[in-house]
Design a protein around this ligand. Structure first.
Ligand code: SF4
Ligand code: ZN
Ligand code: ZN
Length: 297
C-alpha cells in the first residue's frame, strides 16, 4: 500500500479519516492536527507566556516536542510526585526531552515541598483524587507566581472523550461546562489549553516511536483504580466498529456545550494561600494542612 501523499510504502493506516501514510507524512498529519486545534480554538495567541506541564509519559512529551517543532516558545514544568522509582523515571524522560529541544524545564518536588510524596498520606481519599488536586493546584500556582499566562497539558482525544462521556452519564453539569481544549483565565486561574485534543492515544504512541521520544511506559502503581479506564475501554469498543465516533462525539459536545450552564460559585480568597476558594481555605491548603502558602517565585 502506498502513502496517500508520496510514493513511499505506507507504514500507518488511519481509520478515520481513512488513509495510508508513510512515517514522515504520518508525523506531519499529527503536527497539522495539533496546529489546527491551536488555530481553530485560538489556544495560543501572541505575547502569551506558555508553560508546558510534562509528566514523563508519551502525551506530554510529544506535546512539548510538537510545540517546539511548530515554533512556539515555552518553558516546561515537571512535578516530581515522589512515587519511588516511577517518579525517578518520569523525571529523567522529562529532563531528556527538554535538554534535546534546548528549552528550560522547572522541577517541583512534592516530597521536598510538602513533606510526603503521593501515596504516603494517610487519608480516606483515593490516591488519584488527591494527586489530581495537587497537580492542578501546583501547575496553576507555579504559573501564576511566575507570570505565565497559559498552561498546556497533554490530554488527548481518548482522555477527553472518556471524561465527557462519564460526566454525561453522571450528569455532572458543572464539570461539563468547563470541558474543552480551552479554559479561559479567570481571577487567579491562568488559561489552560489542551493542544492534543484531537489526537488519539495510539497516534501519539506511534508518533513518539517514529520521533524516538523516550518516555515512561510503565504505569503508575495507583493507576489500576482509576475509574476513567473503564470508560476508555467502553469507547474503544464503540470506536472499533464505528471509526471516528470519539472525534465526532467530542466535536459535537463542543458545538453543544453551551447547554451545560456553569454554576456561579461565589469565590473568595483562601486565607492561607490567597488563591480563589469556595470556603475559608482552598481544597489544597485544607488537604495538605498548610499554615503558610506555597510560593514558587
Ligand atoms: Fe497520580 Fe493516580 Fe496518575 Fe498515579 S495514576 S500519577 S496517583 S493520578
Ligand atoms: Zn508519504
Ligand atoms: Zn489555599
Amino acid at each position: 500500500m502506498k502513502c496517500k501523499f508520496c510514493n513511499k510504502e505506507a507504514e500507518v493506516t488511519i481509520r478515520y479519516p481513512r488513509m495510508h501514510l508513510c512515517e514522515n507524512h504520518f508525523k506531519e498529519y499529527c503536527e497539522n492536527r495539533v496546529k489546527n486545534v491551536i488555530d481553530k480554538h485560538r489556544l495560543i495567541e501572541k505575547d502569551e507566556k506558555l508553560l508546558v506541564a510534562v509528566s514523563g509519559g508519551k502525551d506530554s512529551l510529544v506535546l512539548a516536542y510538537i510545540l517546539n517543532k511548530l515554533g512556539y516558545e515555552f518553558e516546561g514544568l515537571h512535578i516530581d510526585l515522589g512515587i519511588e522509582d516511577y517518579s525517578e523515571m518520569c523525571k529523567k524522560s522529562s529532563k531528556k526531552i527538554f535538554s534535546e529541544i534546548g528549552l528550560p524545564l522547572h522541577i517541583v518536588k512534592i516530597k521536598k515541598l510538602l513533606g510526603r510524596g503521593i501515596g504516603e498520606v494517610k487519608t480516606r481519599r483515593p490516591v488519584c483524587s488527591y494527586c489530581g488536586l495537587t497537580k492542578r493546584y501546583i501547575m496553576n500556582k507555579f504559573a501564576y507566581d511566575n507570570g505565565f499566562t497559559t498552561v498546556a497539558t497533554g490530554h488527548n482525544l481518548d482522555d477527553e472523550s472518556a471524561f465527557v462521556f462519564s460526566n454525561i452519564l453522571h450528569w455532572n453539569i458543572d464539570y461539563l461546562s468547563k470541558q474543552g481544549p480551552l479554559l479561559e483565565a479567570e481571577d487567579k486561574f491562568v488559561k489552560k489549553i489542551k493542544p492534543l485534543y484531537e489526537l488519539r492515544d495510539k497516534e501519539i504512541s506511534l508518533y513518539a516511536s517514529f520521533a524516538k521520544i523516550e518516555h515512561v511506559t510503565k504505569k503508575c502503581k495507583y493507576a489500576r483504580g482509576a475509574t476513567s479506564i473503564k470508560y476508555k475501554k467502553f469507547l474503544d469498543i464503540l470506536e472499533k466498529d464505528n471509526p471516528g465516533i470519539k472525534l465526532n462525539f467530542i466535536r459535537g459536545f463542543l458545538r453543544n456545550r453551551k447547554i451545560f450552564k456553569k454554576k456561579d460559585f461565589e469565590l473568595r480568597e483562601c486565607e492561607i494561600c490567597g488563591m480563589p476558594s469556595q470556603g475559608k481555605k482552598c481544597a489544597f491548603c485544607r488537604f495538605w494542612r498548610l499554615k503558610e502558602p506555597l510560593m514558587f517565585q
